[in-house]
Design a protein around this ligand. Structure first.
Ligand code: FE
Ligand code: FE
Ligand code: ZN
Length: 296
């Protein structure tokens, strides 16, 4: 039986001493065909030199297992905020951190960086949108890689920018580097922002009209702890939230999304072994009720 073409995996840790090699081992162990990681702690910008991360070892392990590197993505640290520019020093710090981060992504042999647009804390949403476009242009002007940015759709918590397709589209259209900016759809964020995630056809039609489907670079596949429109952003395990297994399985199986890497960012109930179980269920299309009880 030919295996279905499916690029599905999870967010994975990268920890010393095995670093990237260890991350790649975990991906195989969990049955993943795509994954995402941070190049360092997501809450700060301290970074270990690439030479200490066992990248060569990781990449040759991936090659031995015919793992598609094009389906591996990096997530930028969430403290990077391009939307707020009231503090010129921190704006410059965010830009130069991202320039370095692009170099790191390329150093792993990868081409996709997921980025939160940021929060407009001291400015209007429109100013925030303009700031993000300007910040991205400053980064890309100084960048010598071919890394693409995937701007993530957000739940609309607080002053978050990117709470709907329109805001993301405005950022892209204001940028001078539109060809290097795409989109990451997060099912939990979409739901919490008020979109109907169950209406996949409707969402994809609207995405196609706004961006063109080619701009869809990454999907974050999460259930949500909260109701549609709650603006909360609390991820839930597959099948335990308000989105539900059958909808998420529809996203996994849709042929229009076949080439897009799908990444779980669900809560690890005691152990990230939960990813292995969630992936197996989504792959088979068979839901195992109360599966999480075995991990608690
Ligand atoms: Fe994210
Ligand atoms: Fe996400
Ligand atoms: Zn989230």
């Amino acid at each position: 039986m030919a295996a279905k073409r499916l690029f599905l995996g999870s967010h994975l840790p990268m920890r010393a001493p095995d670093s990237y090699l260890g991350t790649c081992h975990l991906a195989l162990e969990y049955g993943e065909t795509a994954f995402m990681f941070y190049t360092g702690a997501p809450q700060n910008t301290r970074r270990v030199p690439l030479s200490r991360l066992k990248i060569k070892e990781g990449r040759s392990f991936l090659a031995d297992h015919a793992f598609p590197e094009s389906k591996i993505v990096v997530h930028a640290p969430y403290i990077v905020n391009l939307a707020a520019r009231s503090d010129p020093l921190s704006a410059e710090a965010a830009v130069s951190f991202l320039v370095d981060e692009f170099r790191r992504v390329a150093g792993f042999g990868l081409t996709t960086l997921v980025l939160h647009p940021g929060s407009a804390t001291g400015e209007t949403p429109q100013e925030g949108i303009r700031n993000v476009a300007r910040g991205l242009d400053e980064v890309l002007e100084r960048d010598g890689t071919n890394v693409r940015i995937a701007l993530e759709t957000m739940a609309g918590k607080g002053h978050e920018i990117g709470r709907n397709f329109k805001e993301i589209a405005q950022i892209i259209s204001l940028s001078k580097n539109q060809g290097r900016i795409g989109v990451c759809l997060d099912t939990c964020h979409l739901n919490d922002a008020g979109e109907d995630v169950k209406d996949l056809d409707g969402l994809l039609t609207s995405f196609e009209e706004t961006f063109g489907l080619r701009k869809l670079l990454v999907i974050h596949l999460n259930d949500s702890k909260n109701q549609r429109g709650s603006h909360k952003d609390r991820h839930e395990n597959i099948g335990y939230g308000t989105i539900g297994f059958s909808t998420l399985e529809k996203w996994v199986g849709d042929p229009r999304l076949a080439d897009v890497p799908k990444i779980l960012e669900t809560p690890p109930a005691n152990s990230i072994q939960t990813y292995k179980k969630e992936i197996a269920m989504l792959r088979s299309g068979i839901y195992d009720p109360k599966w999480r009880d075995r991990f608690l």
